[in-house]
Design a protein around this ligand. Structure first.
Ligand SMILES: Nc1ncnc2c1ncn2[C@@H]1O[C@H](COP(=O)(O)OP(=O)(O)OP(=O)(O)O)[C@@H](O)[C@H]1O
Ligand SMILES: [Mg+2]
Length: 465
């Protein structure tokens, strides 16, 4: 089992803490320090910790510090140490979800016990989580997998909005799960027994889109030899999912706006309008706000569909979700392919975690599935990943360090940079002779090759001209 990780949020900083000795006695523990709540939040959202100690001093009420930390990671046990303890703070911190509450002056004696207690509780919880994972039910919501704080916010928003019946706009890069959101909103709404009707506005030729959406009367145009009900009417009593709504041509934008305002639809060639009872959930992967500014998407329609906005974060901003999803996709793919299991090597995980995933969850799913298909046994390694991803993940390390999403990402980026420089020096010294380099570095040749590949280095470049 990995050693427990603890994060200490203390405005007084990491030095000269009375409880430093206590923490040291609790070894083996990996301790990270943060000198403010925002710094603590960026640590706990970037990586998983087992426990947090929050020290309230300098007149800032403990509850004020605790609340945002709990919101950022509701499952993290937080032991509060208060320099200005009071019964009222005790009660409100515990009610807010603190694992324990200690006055600073008692910390010397009692912190050790409090931490041990909270750690035991957190271990029990994580073994329960491991058990749940083993039976393929990790923390999940509807068909979503992933438990990162930004995704939890999405789940909470879906839950709140679904039953309200208001129209929803879902935005997010390709493959982030917009359609899953739309279906979840429908399933959790009072319309769940009604139809869910998806239409991809970008995939249907403009000429056909109007009659697809609005339907037509017999003889409305050449070829209209029978009356046809449009998808808006088909969705009556249910949810109409307008996917890639930004692709709607201007004329249809105007027509759709009327439907949303009047809740009536006029079939092409019809004189009368038919009342419809639909909820519209729209989605787009385009920067629709910019399109409104540029005048390519109607502002009034935008306001009408943007009643509630659910924005899906790109996968690269979901912290540990990449690892979790990769693990689950690998085990599913392995079993589907008739293996006893499906796993990824530690190196392969590292590559996946550093890649920037422009195609998001869909891309990750495909890459893992392909890797499992290529793997000779139950475990897929770096060699089973596409070269572009391995190379890009190596180069990506630099930009992660700049844009950074917390200490661990930055540390990983720095390590990767040092590793790359070491490899470059080694190859320069030995003029691209991989066998000699492997001997000098005391690693198997295969390992060295893999590292070179991961960093996008070609030994041939180092051979003497
Ligand atoms: N959080 C998630 N957990 C598990 N599977 C997911 C998750 N998000 C997306 N997927 C899967 O990834 C694929 C893409 O999801 P979806 O079609 O909802 O994305 P999208 O945002 O609509 O993409 P596009 O813009 O390309 O249409 C689907 O197979 C979906 O099941
Ligand atoms: Mg989609």
């Amino acid at each position: 089992m990995r050693q427990p990780r603890i994060v200490i949020v203390d405005p007084a900083g990491a030095t000269g803490l009375a409880y430093g000795r206590i923490v040291a006695r609790l070894q083996p523990l990996e301790v990270q320090h943060a000198s403010s709540v925002p710094a603590g939040i960026s640590l706990v959202t970037a990586d998983s910790f087992d426990i947090a100690v929050l020290v309230a001093r300098d007149g800032i009420p403990a509850l004020e510090m605790l609340t945002p930390l709990v919101a950022a990671d509701p499952d993290l046990p937080v032991v509060v140490v208060d320099a200005a303890p009071s019964a009222e703070q005790t009660r409100s911190c515990l009610r807010q979800g603190a694992a324990d509450y200690l006055p600073l002056e008692a910390a010397d004696r009692e912190l050790e016990g409090a931490l041990e207690h909270a750690l035991t509780a957190s271990r029990r919880r994580s073994s329960e989580q491991a058990l749940r994972r083993a039976v393929e039910r990790p923390y999940s919501f509807e068909d979503f997998l992933g438990e990162s704080p930004p995704m939890r916010q999405v789940y909470a928003l879906i839950e709140r909005v679904a039953s309200s019946g208001v129209d929803v706009l879902i935005t997010g890069e390709t493959g982030t799960g917009k359609e899953l959101v739309a279906r979840a909103v429908h399933r959790r709404s009072r319309r769940a027994d009604g139809p869910f009707v998806p239409i991809d506005c970008g995939a249907i030729p403009d000429a056909l889109l109007e009659s697809e959406l609005f339907g037509h009367e017999r003889g409305a145009f050449t070829g209209a030899d029978a009356r046809r009900i449009g998808l808006i009417e088909v969705a009556d009593g249910g949810t109409l999912f307008l996917d890639e709504v930004a692709e709607l041509p201007a004329a249809l934008q105007a027509k759709l706006l009327r439907v949303l305002q009047e809740r009536r639809v006029r079939r092409v060639g019809a004189r009368k309008e038919t009342p419809v009872d639909v909820r519209v959930v729209a989605a787009t992967s385009r920067a629709i706000d910019a399109m409104v500014e540029q005048g390519t998407f109607r502002r009034d329609l935008y306001y009408r569909i943007n009643v509630v906005r659910i924005s899906l974060p790109p996968l690269r901003e979901r912290g540990d979700d990449i690892g979790l999803l990769a693990e689950l996709f690998a085990s599913r793919a392995g079993r589907e392919m008739g293996r006893t299991a499906g796993r990824l090597s530690t190196d392969a995980y590292q590559v996946l975690r550093h890649y920037h995933w422009p195609g998001n969850v869909r891309e990750l799913q495909n890459v893992v599935r392909r890797a499992m298909a290529l793997a000779p046994g139950d475990v897929a390694g770096v060699d089973d990943l596409p070269d572009e991803i391995v190379a890009a993940a190596g180069g990506q390390a630099d930009s992660i360090a700049e844009t950074g999403d917390g200490f661990f990402a930055k540390r990983a980026a720095h390590v990767a940079r040092f590793e790359r420089q070491y490899l470059v020096d080694l190859l320069n010294q030995l003029k691209g002779d991989v066998s000699a380099a492997a001997k000098l570095a005391q690693v198997p040749r295969g390992t060295l090759y893999r590292l070179l590949k991961a960093h996008g280095l070609d030994p041939a470049q180092f051979r003497a001209e």
